[in-house]
Ligand binder design. Structure first.
Ligand code: NDP
Length: 282
């Protein structure tokens, strides 16, 4: 078997086209959705991510603001920025790029964001809404994975979904979204005994552990849909996922590549959240 490759760039394009149409519609009602992205310090990867987010928002017709603060920013200064964005009527959603410099308290930062403007979906109010399957802003990467599965027509209801990784931003929200969609969900992590024994049972396998090419073909059930969330630099210096593409491709039924899989979806879903936040306030 050779896996069908799920094209995240194409699906992200669809989401962005929908976003552009939604922005145009909001503008007819006098609303221009506004998204701000806050970055503290000079982490090279983070700078690429935030520039991409701001540029994409601009391209789709949103008002978009980049707030770049120096690494020496104090907690009080960052909280003041958050308070300003919470109060800014033209900004409907904003996010603070993680990781923050070590002297800053990321939990306090997330909790200070107005949940209605929390386009990352990390505030405890949105986390609770997700848990309860109530309306709220959903974390972008797992929401993007759900959209990829839907577009690729991967059956979720009744499927056994195995997620490797239990982080607050990917693994746990991914589990909740799949559970609400009718999957039977197993969450694996670094303490899991016999990880391959679990991954081999997966109809849908989501790799979100941050280990380059960790999931190999012998860990995958033939025909499974394999979603690679990882973004790593391999030993060869090349960008790669958590899945060993070459060995998994000949076993899986469907597979997302890195780059060009989940990554583009994350940005597209962020814009979608900003538009949802703007629409809700109207
Ligand atoms: P974290 O480091 O926060 O979490 C990693 C998780 O994987 C932890 O739960 C950890 O377990 C588990 N884990 C680590 N090693 C193993 C192992 N050997 N076996 C089983 N489980 C293991 O990472 P994130 O969730 O933030 O990100 C995961 C990956 O996704 C990274 O590569 C990141 O760059 C990428 N990413 C990609 C995004 C995108 O847009 N495509 C967005 C966000 C992240 P434990 O809890 O026990 O320590």
């Amino acid at each position: 078997m050779t896996a069908r490759i799920i094209d995240g760039v194409a699906v992200a394009r669809q989401v962005k086209d929908e976003a552009a149409a939604a922005v145009a519609e909001l503008k007819t009602r006098g609303i221009t959705p506004g998204l701000a992205v806050v970055i503290v310090g000079d982490n090279a990867a983070s700078q690429i991510y935030v520039r991409n987010k701001v540029r994409t928002a601009q391209e789709l017709g949103l008002l978009s603001e980049l707030v770049a603060l120096p690494a020496s920013t104090t907690q009080a200064e960052l909280m003041a920025t958050i308070a300003r964005l919470n109060a800014a009527p033209e900004i409907h959603g904003f996010m603070v790029q993680m990781p923050l410099p070590a002297h800053l308290d990321d939990k306090a930062v997330i909790e200070a964001i107005n949940p209605l403007k929390d386009v990352d979906g990390f505030h405890r109010e949105n986390v609770g809404a997700l848990m309860l399957n109530q309306p709220g802003l959903r974390p972008c990467t797992p929401a993007g994975v759900m959209r990829l599965l839907a577009t690729a027509q991967v059956p979720v209801k009744g499927a056994h979904a195995v997620i490797v990784g239990r982080s607050n931003i990917v693994g746990k929200p991914m589990a909740m979204l799949l559970l609400h969609a009718g999957a039977t969900v197993t969450i694996c992590h670094s303490q899991t005994r016999d990880l391959p024994g679990f991954t081999r049972q997966a109809d849908i396998l989501v790799a979100a552990l941050g280990r380059a090419r960790f999931v190999t073909g012998d860990m995958v059930k033939p025909g499974a849909a394999v979603i690679d969330v990882g973004i790593n630099r391999g030993a060869d210096g090349k960008l790669c996922g958590d899945v060993d593409f070459d060995s998994v491709r000949v076993v899986a039924g469907a597979l997302t590549p890195v780059p060009g899989g989940v990554g583009p979806m994350t940005v597209a879903m962020l814009i979608g959240n900003a538009i949802a936040a703007a629409g809700r306030g109207s």
